[in-house]
Design a protein around this ligand. Structure first.
Ligand code: UDP
Ligand code: MG
Length: 321
């Protein structure tokens, strides 16, 4: 019988432990699968880990893991995936915003429809207008600026097959957005649409500052477009200043001001300056090409990921040596 790991990142979620545990327990009870429930305590300051330990004493399926400090949700999820032993893993938020009742639906799509990734997509618009605006702009910019096509409003509420977990565990990059990495991997995906609920207890810890960092990281991690833009602008500036310079040279020194432009000394300086700024900017653009190569090598992603037969136990077949 297939084993399924449920991964729950927790940052100061002490009060949500029992509600989420009870809700999950209720929906998985009728299922025939074997389960493990991995709680990742992401350096909480409240009594999250103590309560998790108590829960683990009562229920052997509960596996608490404590990170030494707050590393952020992306790393907490990664830690959960590293520790997951199941044939598939389901990631779900601790605050009950992701409805646990959908878990059987996720499993069904995986088992019956052969999906490697089942992705929860939010259909509600019940977030703050600021968050809606920023997330909309974010997805548009990512679409334009990067090669990774993020699915708008896709959440971290998702099921991933063992072969996807194994491929994911090969990633070594530090600045990571779990969702983005899964999107990079490909595999066979399907979607489940849901309305997110209000947070059960406490308030969201994903502050605007954290979200901004997340957005910046994904741009920098996935795209060189901003740097390349500097190069393009520089080239345009350089190319416009050259004819201007030639015109000044011809007019002043060869034709002895026959055109009657009377270029002043500062105009000549301005054109020289323009040319040099163009050179500098286009050199930055050139450097971005090298930087891009270095970045790709350092990130050391697998060259390719093959999709072995599902759950046939033949290893993960990644292209990394
Ligand atoms: N979380 C975490 N580490 C953090 C911040 C959040 O593990 O540094 C967890 C949190 O406990 C919750 C999930 O990530 O289970 C989503 O966080 P939150 O509800 O604060 O964010 P939002 O609902 O705005 O995405
Ligand atoms: Mg939340």
């Amino acid at each position: 019988m297939a084993e399924i790991s449920i991964i729950i990142p927790m940052y100061n979620e002490s009060r949500n432990i029992h509600p989420i545990y009870d809700a999950i327990n209720k929906v998985i009870k009728p299922l025939k699968h074997k389960f493990e429930i991995i709680f990742i305590d992401d350096g909480s300051h409240d009594s999250t880990i103590e309560n998790l330990d108590k829960l683990a004493d009562k229920d052997s399926r509960v596996k608490p893991i404590q990170l030494a400090r707050n590393f952020g949700k992306e790393i907490a999820l990664t830690a959960g995936l590293h520790h997951a032993k199941g044939d598939a893993a389901i990631m779900i938020d601790a605050d009950l915003q992701h409805p646990p009742e959908l878990i059987p639906k996720f499993i069904k799509k995986w088992e019956d429809e052969g999906a490697d990734l089942v992705i929860g997509v939010r259909t509600d618009t019940k977030t703050t207008p600021l968050k809606r605006l920023t997330s909309g702009t974010f997805y548009k910019m990512v679409g334009v600026l990067t090669e990774t096509d993020l699915v708008p409003h896709a959440t971290d509420y998702r099921l991933v097959d063992r072969q996807v977990i194994d491929a994911f565990n090969q990633f070594t990059e530090r600045n990571r957005i779990t969702r983005g990495l899964f999107d990079w991997l490909g595999f066979q995906r399907t979607f489940i649409y849901f309305k997110a609920r209000e947070r059960k207890f406490g308030k969201a810890t994903y502050s605007f500052k954290k979200l901004f960092h997340l957005a910046m990281n994904s741009f920098i991690g996935h795209s060189l477009v901003p740097l390349k833009m500097a190069g393009y602008i520089g080239t345009i500036i350089m190319l416009t200043s050259v004819p201007l310079g030639v015109l000044i040279f011809l007019d002043r020194y060869l034709l002895k001001d026959q055109f009657g432009f009377h270029f002043s000394g500062s105009a000549i300086l301005a054109v020289i300056n323009l040319f040099l700024s163009g050179v500098t900017l286009s050199c930055i653009g050139m450097m971005s090409l090298y930087l891009g190569n270095v970045n790709k090598e350092v990130t050391n992603r697998p060259l390719y990921v093959v999709r072995p037969e599902r759950r046939n136990g033949n290893g993960n077949g990644n292209g990394k040596h």
